[in-house]
Structures are given as structure tokens and as C-alpha cells.
Design a protein around this ligand. Structure first.
Ligand SMILES: Nc1ncnc2c1ncn2[C@@H]1O[C@H](COP(=O)(O)OP(=O)(O)OP(=O)(O)O)[C@@H](O)[C@H]1O
Length: 639
């Protein structure tokens, strides 16, 4: 928070929050090559301020005080070397100016600062993602003055906020004849290019044409006597000044769509893709929804910002209307403009509204179609999307049962096919590569990709050339509890239950397995007796090739990986004893079989412990394991 320093002639000097100072410094250095964005940001703020006023005036029409033509004006003064952006929007009170223009109160702030690297280019991108906003004024201005009067406040109760962007700002109570905000930038040395009507018009048209309010500048005419452009007293509107989403698709260029995205999403980068539709019939609404290129800083913050902007008949109602899209599409940004909702709709009302339910279902379908289109026709873009938002989409399998099948088709996994961590395999790819006789989709889940891809359970699959999906995202186990099959093929964990690869084994193999099980029966019984408290069962397996043993759990039990996740989340997890499976072909099994009764207990324990370790478990008695292993390595006896 800011702290009060001095109070001179009614002006109060306050310090910026530490993060603001840091951000200002970074912004000036990292974003200089794209300095004209300050104009976009200030116009965007002015437009938001007008939207807010229009919304507040629904309940309190007096706020408009007869001045109902909301607009934004841009002026320059060559002599004073200043540019001013003014609006007749909602304005700010003194306290609002202090907190909005002196601090950053946004979720994801901590995360943002922790990710800065000092590398100009990378940081510029991060700042862009974080949102540059008002502070971008200081890229070109050595001093900024904000004069503002809150709608509803009296003339004498306006505020003048001033700063050179160095660490402090001052606020003074002043008079202002009309409502709204004027931001004046006193340009730095060398920034004179913005003292030109032509240049300002060019930048405004490029960045702010989508703004639905008129953006006005004073008319200029060429004076041949003076040989210069001369300003008139009349204002002219330099943008189209109608809401972009109400225009026909063919009247909007990609650049205009992108600039509008930056305005609604407060993003600095282009969007990855968008979908724009007008829905008519029983429910009438327009949606313009975008998928960003980057996950926001607060994607995993439950309190984080989400949702789209809601308009009712072109009147702005609220930012972040969460009810308009399901949680797993929380990264989508954009606008929904309803013709059916009442103007005084509240957040509570949104929760119960049938119209909202219809909009939500319709919008979800549109976003899914957009993603399907990317996946099919623009695979590179889909890869970008998946890297950023894949884990969130997986939540949809549990959250949105109605669309579960469509969501399942959008999922991508790592698998033993490419054997790297990139999640590029769809269920359809997997099914297309299934072996003859294979009727299941196999997967293994672990705490990390490395643990999954080194799982001993994979050995027989690798040997037989059967593909296995390698799952290691935190959300995977949760997803699997909802997603049991795909296209009629059940999803089967290779670490659970007695693996039934019978259809894939030939007669000789089957015969061999039965014989082996018979031969090793006595050893199995000995192991069971030695590990009686620690395992549920011991059996001979055909699933191992290089490892001597592994642990599995029963089909209907929670996997060890899931149990560990529950424990680390502080939940009480049931006590599940594993089943120890041994590889009869392994030399270590032969060694154990030959060990004396005195050593057998130690060997059994060692076998179990190493199988647990390979599975990713933490041993309760790791020191005991090490001692035991060393003793046995040196050929000693249990003593
Ligand atoms: N012209 C204005 N009229 C009224 N309030 C304003 C105006 N400009 C800025 N503000 C207030 O200051 C706040 C901070 O503005 P700033 O541009 O830094 O961030 P933002 O618009 O919230 O987000 P972003 O940084 O992503 O643009 C705004 O949210 C708004 O409350």
C-alpha cells in the first residue's frame, strides 16, 4: 500500500507500491520498441470507464446529468508538448485514483514478478501477458497528469493525480467542470512524433477502430498561408464507433478482430483463434469468443479472473461473467451480448437464468467446434493450445458429461509410440495403431513423465510392441475416474489387476506361462509367508522382462500414485496393500530361491522395497533398505 509522506498546499505526495516501481522501470525498458501502445491502453481504459458509467446509470440515471453522449477525445498541444486523452465516463474519486493508479491489485501479480528473468524480450512478453494498462504512459511521458471527477461528485470534488513515474505521485483536490477523466502525457525528449494529428489518427485507427464509442479529434485543415495544418474548433469522429461484434463477419478484418481481442482480454499478444456468431431463434445473442495464445498467470488460482464480458443489447453489464462458460473453459475471453436478459441482471440472477443456461450450452459448443477445427486443420496451433490449456481441458471430462465424448477426442497424451514427453497422441491415433486382437487402451500413470516411461510395467508392452499412454499430469487420475472408455474400448491401467494379455499371446506362450506358474508355486508361498503383513498377495507375472518384480493393485483399488496425491493434499487415504508380482525369468529371483532360510526374509523385503521404489513410492524405512541392500551386496547374511 502507498504511504503518506508530505502534504504541501493541499497536494499529498504518496509512494507507489514497490511492485509498481518495478513494473514502471521494466515497462519503459522492455516495451520501448512498441511505444505507441500507450494510446491503445488509454483509449481502452476510457472506453471501459464509459461502459461502467452506462451500467451504473441503469439504476441511477441522474449520474448522466444530461450528458448522455459518451465519447473519447484525443488532443495534442505542440507548444506544451503534450497529448491528452479524455472521456466523459465514470471518473475516479480521490481514493480510487490513489488505489487504481498507485498499486497493482491483481491476481497473479506475485507469480508475474517471480517469473521475470531480466531478459528484455522474454520480460516484454510477460509484461504483455500481465497487462500493461495505464502505466504504459510512462514509456513516452516524463510526466503524467490525471484529472478526474467521479460521476455523481460535485464540481469542487475532483482529483488531480500527477507523477513523473519515478517512485512517487501526488494527489490534489481540484475543480473540474464536467464528469470523467483527462489523462495528459508530457512527452519525453524525442517523442515529438506524437504531436501530429496525422500520426495520432493513424495509431488510433490501427489500434482502436473496434471501440464502440466515438473517438474524436479536432478537425484539421491545411493553411496554405501559414504552410501548416491548422486545428479547427469542430470535433470529428475518426473510428467506426459501433460495437465490433455487431458488424458482419465479412466487414471485420483479422487485424480488427485481434485489436478487439487485446482490448477485451487485456492481452498484449494476438489471440490464437476466435469464433464469432449471432444466434437467433428462441434465444437471441451474439458471441465473439477468443482463445488466447498464452495461459494467464492466474490459470490455477481458484480466485483468479475468469469469464467473458457480458453485454445486454450493447450495454456493458459486467466483466468476468463466470456463468456464461463452464470452469474448464475459463481461459476463453470475449464478449457475449444477449438480447433477452434484463439490463438490471445481477450475478445472482445469472446463476438461475434459463437464458444464461442456453447461452452457456451454445457457447460451449462453439468453443469445442473451434478447438475441433484447430485440431483438424491447424495442428500447429492446436499444439500451442494444448501446451497452454490441455490440463484445463482435461477437467472437462468430469465437469461436462454432456460433451464428454467431444472432449475426449480433443485430448492429447504422451505415449510409448514416440517415447517423449510431448503430448501429441489422440485416442484416435492410438486406436488406429492398435494391434490385431487388442481391444483395450492401455495407460500407465505416475508422478512424472520419467517415472511413467521407466515403469517396469511397460516391459512386456514394449516387447510386444503395444502402445501405452504415459500419463503424468496431476489432473490425469481425476480425469480417469470419469473417462472409462473411448469408442467402446475401455481404458486400462497396466499397473492394476491381473493383466490379461491372453488374446495377444500365442498358444506356446500360454502353455509356458501355466507351467511357470506351477514351478514357482513353492517360491510364491515362501514369499507370501515372509511378507504376510506387507502385501496382499504374491504371484508370478508375465508382464516383466528386465525387472525382477513389480507391485500392482487390484482393479477396483486406488492406484499408489493417486494415494500419494491424496496424502500430499492432506487427505486421509485408505491403507492399500500392494500385490507383489515376480518375474520368474530373472536371475535375482533364482538367487532368492536359492537363499537359505536365514537370508530369505531379507531378500523378500529387498525385492518388495525395490519394486515399490520403481513404482515411485517413498519407503517408510529407507535407511533400513540401504543397510539391507549393502549387506546383501557384500554377500553377508541377515545376522
Ligand atoms: N479513464 C479512466 N476512467 C476511470 N477509471 C480509470 C481510467 N483509467 C484507469 N482507470 C482506473 O484505473 C485502473 C487501472 O488501470 P490500468 O490500465 O492500469 O489497469 P486495467 O485497465 O485494470 O487492466 P490492464 O492493465 O490489463 O489494462 C482501472 O481498472 C480503472 O479502475
Amino acid at each position: 500500500m502507498s504511504e503518506t509522506d508530505t502534504s504541501v498546499h493541499g497536494a499529498e505526495t504518496l509512494g507507489f507500491q514497490a511492485e509498481v516501481k518495478q513494473l514502471l522501470h521494466l515497462m519503459i525498458h522492455s516495451l520501448y520498441s512498441n511505444k505507441e501502445i500507450f494510446l491503445r491502453e488509454l483509449v481502452s481504459n476510457a472506453s471501459d470507464a464509459c461502459d461502467k458509467l452506462r451500467f451504473e446509470a441503469i439504476d441511477e440515471p441522474d449520474l448522466l446529468q444530461g450528458d448522455t453522449d459518451l465519447r473519447i477525445r484525443v488532443e495534442y498541444d505542440a507548444a506544451a508538448r503534450s497529448v491528452t486523452i479524455s472521456d466523459n465516463g465514470v471518473g475516479m474519486s480521490r481514493d480510487e485514483a490513489v488505489s487504481h493508479l498507485g498499486t497493482i491489485a491483481r491476481s497473479g501479480t506475485k507469480e508475474f514478478f517471480s517469473r521475470l528473468t531480466g531478459d528484455k524480450q522474454k520480460d516484454a512478453q510477460l509484461i504483455g501477458q500481465f497487462g500493461v494498462g495505464f502505466y504504459s504512459s510512462f514509456i513516452v511521458a516524463q510526466k503524467v497528469s490525471v484529472l478526474s471527477r467521479r460521476a455523481g461528485a460535485v464540481e469542487t470534488d475532483a482529483v488531480l493525480w500527477e507523477s513523473d513515474g519515478q517512485g512517487e505521485f501526488s494527489v490534489t483536490q481540484v475543480e473540474k467542470a464536467d464528469r470523467g477523466t483527462s489523462v495528459t502525457l508530457y512527452l519525453r525528449e524525442g517523442e515529438d512524433e506524437f504531436l501530429s494529428g496525422w500520426k495520432l489518427r493513424e495509431v488510433l485507427r490501427r489500434y482502436s477502430d473496434h471501440i464502440s464509442l466515438p473517438i474524436q479529434m479536432l478537425k484539421e485543415e491545411w493553411d496554405s498561408e501559414k504552410s501548416e495544418q491548422v486545428k479547427k474548433t469542430e470535433w470529428e469522429t475518426i473510428n467506426q464507433a459501433n460495437a465490433l461484434w455487431t458488424r458482419g463477419k465479412s466487414d471485420i478484418t483479422d487485424e480488427q478482430y485481434q485489436e478487439f481481442y487485446k482490448h477485451v482480454a487485456h492481452d498484449y499478444e494476438d489471440a490464437l483463434a476466435w469464433t464469432h456468431n449471432r444466434v437467433e431463434g428462441r434465444s437471441e445473442y451474439t458471441q465473439l469468443l477468443y482463445i488466447p495464445k498464452h495461459a494467464p498467470m492466474d490459470l490455477w488460482d481458484r480466485e483468479g479472473k475468469r469469464g467473458v464480458k457480458l453485454y445486454v443489447k450493447r450495454v456493458f453489464i459486467m466483466d468476468d461473467a463466470e456463468q456464461l462458460l463452464p470452469m474448464y473453459l475459463r481461459f476463453v475471453r470475449g464478449v457475449i451480448d444477449s438480447a433477452d436478459l434484463p439490463l438490471n441482471v445481477s450475478r445472482e440472477l445469472l446463476q438461475e437464468s434459463r437464458d444464461v443456461r442456453v447461452i452457456r450450452e451454445g457457447s460451449t459448443k462453439r468453443v469445442l467446434s473451434l478447438l475441433e477445427d484447430l485440431a483438424e486443420n491447424k495442428p500447429e496451433q492446436y499444439t500451442t493450445f494444448w501446451e497452454q490449456f490441455g490440463q484445463v481441458i482435461k477437467e472437462g471430462t468430469g465437469e461436462d458429461t454432456a460433451n464428454k465424448e467431444r472432449i475426449a477426442k480433443l485430448l492429447r497424451f504422451a505415449s510409448t509410440h514416440a517415447d517423449n514427453a510431448a503430448q501429441t497422441v489422440s485416442f484416435a491415433d492410438y486406436v488406429g495403431r492398435m494391434k490385431e486382437g487388442q481391444d483395450k487402451i492401455y495407460y500407465v500413470s505416475a508422478d512424472s513423465f520419467a517415472a511413467a516411461s521407466h515403469s517396469p510395467h511397460l516391459e512386456i508392452f514394449r516387447k510386444k510392441g503395444l502402445e501405452v499412454l504415459l500419463l503424468s499430469d496431476r489432473v490425469d487420475e481425476w480425469m480417469l475416474s470419469y473417462l472409462r472408455d473411448f469408442d467402446g474400448k475401455s481404458l486400462v491401467s497396466i499397473a492394476k489387476g491381473g493383466l490379461d494379455l491372453d488374446q495377444l499371446a500365442d498358444d506356446d506362450e500360454k502353455k509356458h506361462q501355466t507351467e511357470v506358474a506351477e514351478t514357482f508355486k513353492p517360491l510364491v508361498e515362501r514369499l507370501k509367508a515372509a511378507l504376510t503383513e506387507k502385501v496382499k498377495d504374491v504371484r508370478v507375472t508375465g508382464r516383466l522382462v528386465d525387472s525382477p518384480a513389480c507391485v500392482v493393485v487390484d482393479e477396483n483399488e486406488l492406484s499408489p500414485h493417486l494415494l500419494r496425491m491424496l496424502q500430499s493434499a492432506g487427505q486421509t487415504a485408505p491403507d492399500v496393500k500392494p500385490i507383489l508380482e515376480i518375474n520368474p525369468e530373472h536371475a535375482l529371483i533364482a538367487r532368492i530361491q536359492a537363499s537359505s532360510d536365514g537370508d530369505f526374509g531379507e531378500w523378500s523385503q529387498l525385492l518388495l522395497d525395490q519394486a515399490m521404489l520403481a513404482e515411485g513410492a517413498h519407503l517408510a524405512d529407507a535407511a533400513g533398505f540401504v543397510k539391507r541392500m549393502n549387506r546383501l551386496l557384500l554377500g553377508g547374511s541377515a545376522g
